[in-house]
Ligand binder design. Sequence first.
Ligand SMILES: [Zn+2]
Length: 89
Amino acid sequence: MPQTTEPTATTWPEGVIARYLTVGGATVDISQKPNSTAATATCRGCTRDHYDTFTCKVTPETQRAMALIVGKWAQSHAETCRALPRPTA
Ligand SMILES: [Zn+2]
């Protein structure tokens, strides 16, 4: 059986706060900048993305809430996206 590497555990890009594994084997990365409620989900397989933000005070609670909202898009996209990630080598 071939060895598989697990990229999601140790090599998260900077700013990525959550990841969802797609059925195609890519990841949907959720990133959030410091001092911003905006969050972005980007699919590494098909490159579609989803952005959302609150126009309210930045607190850990509003940041977490926005990460969850964008995370819902990421989760439903991950369940249907079959695009393969580009090789990085
Ligand atoms: Zn995708």
